[in-house]
Design a protein around this ligand. Structure first.
Ligand SMILES: Cc1ncc(COP(=O)(O)O)c(C=O)c1O
Length: 394
């Protein structure tokens, strides 16, 4: 049986079958323990420091993903063309789009980098670099990727209610197009936004996209799955109909695969083809592909992951409210909350107390970004925070 066909057959039977997924013949007979893989390592997060600094998922990969990784070990000596094709098909089916609209990346950050290069570089959207408009603060990768291309950077502060200031971003883009600049205008939208965890109304984003064919929109939906708000929706339909819109998603957050580096972009086939041209050859790793493939559509793990995040959020909110530490409304797996005293000192003291918390995100110098771990981890964090209060540190 051809490898691709075999994989598809296994996957077609759903998550239960995926749990026993075997790729080809290579790995199936190798018991896990003979590889020296102590299963306790999966639980490493429970005995080390509390890692609440990088918006990771403390649950880690699903059971099916873990088995897929172990069973797939025998694929580690092979290039991944066939496997990547399988994942692309899965992603396309999951979103109901054509495979030509899917760009797989080494994390969604790679897709963002590829998209910046495709749109801002020679032969891209315009003849010369011009402007990148971003909300401030936000996830910084796009502005870092744009730097070498010479794009002017315009940071537009979030509104007082912490949504993107779409009016000002739009105005800046319009002014650039009306001025002497003939190059592309790129706009980065992060919804929900990192580090604030807040939402920008989709209607505002969509209205801007509809009126601005000459702006390239990178719409980062890394935390899409966590949002439970009636008016929130993906920008995917607009991306499919317009070649100037790219939506990115990741397996790093709700699926718990951050270390495997798996993400993807969804775009009009024309845009996807341009972006794909900036991909590293064989940019994905086999274990990541296998884990992502079985994770997508694993509704049981997804629900568990979301429930765990909700429970962890409740534990966290309870202690913040108890201590009177104001928080922003979070629609993701982290919260930005107020602290008192010096921010750098708070972060250092937390580390000494065994909790890694978020770094500094100017202009929020009286706040800290805290990722939600498991409810149990957040209980441990709550105890540390209460102790900080007793010592007058927060
Ligand atoms: C908004 C946002 N986009 C993208 C990423 C990067 O995700 P990935 O691991 O898929 O590269 C992150 C990671 O924290 C993020 O917060």
């Amino acid at each position: 049986m051809k490898r691709r066909h075999f994989l598809r057959t296994s996957l077609a039977a759903g998550t239960a079958a995926a749990a026993t997924l075997t790729v080809g013949r290579a790995a199936s007979a190798v018991p896990v323990r003979s590889l020296g893989l102590d299963e306790r390592r999966w639980d490493r997060a429970t005995d080390g420091p509390l890692r609440l600094s990088s918006n990771e998922n403390s649950l880690g990969p699903s059971e099916a993903a873990r088995r897929a990784i172990l069973d797939g070990m025998g694929e580690a000596n092979r290039y991944t063309h066939g496997l990547a094709g399988e994942l692309r098909a899965r992603v396309a089916a999951h979103h109901g789009v054509d495979e030509a609209s899917v760009v797989l990346g080494n994390g969604s950050t790679e897709v963002l980098r590829m998209a910046v290069q495709a749109m801002a570089g020679p032969g891209g959207w315009g003849p010369s670099p011009a402007l990148l408009v971003v909300p401030d603060p936000t996830f910084e990768h796009v502005e870092q990727y744009a730097g070498p291309w010479g794009l002017e950077l315009l940071k537009v502060p979030l509104r007082p209610d912490h949504r993107h200031d779409i009016d000002r971003m739009r105005e800046a883009a319009r002014a650039a197009r009306g001025g002497s600049s003939r190059g592309p205008v790129l706009a980065y939208i992060c919804n929900p936004n990192n580090p604030t965890g807040t939402l920008t109304p989709c209607r505002e984003i969509e209205d801007w996209i509809r009126e601005a064919d000459d702006v390239v929109f990178l719409v980062d939906e890394a935390y899409f799955e966590y949002v439970d708000h009636p008016s929130y929706r993906t920008a995917l339909p607009l991306a499919l109909e317009r070649p100037n819109v790219v939506v990115t998603r990741t397996f790093s957050k709700v699926y718990g695969l951050a270390g495997l580096r798996m993400g993807y972009g969804l775009a009009h086939p024309e845009a996807a083809r341009r972006i794909q041209a900036f991909s590293g050859r064989s940019n994905l790793n086999a274990m990541g592909i296998l884990a992502a493939t079985v994770s997508l559509g694993d509704d049981t793990h997804l629900a568990h992951s979301l429930r765990t995040n909700e429970d962890a959020r409740r534990v966290t909110y309870d202690v913040l409210d108890e201590l009177g530490l104001e928080r922003l409304p979070s629609h993701a797996n982290f919260v930005l909350h107020r602290i008192s005293g010096d921010q750098a000192q708070y972060i250092r003291r937390m580390r000494e107390a065994g909790a890694w918390v978020g770094r500094q995100f100017p202009p929020f110098l009286s706040h800290n970004r805290l990722s939600f771990g498991t409810p149990e981890e957040m209980g441990r964090f709550a105890e540390i925070l209460r102790e900080f209060r007793r010592r007058g540190w927060v």
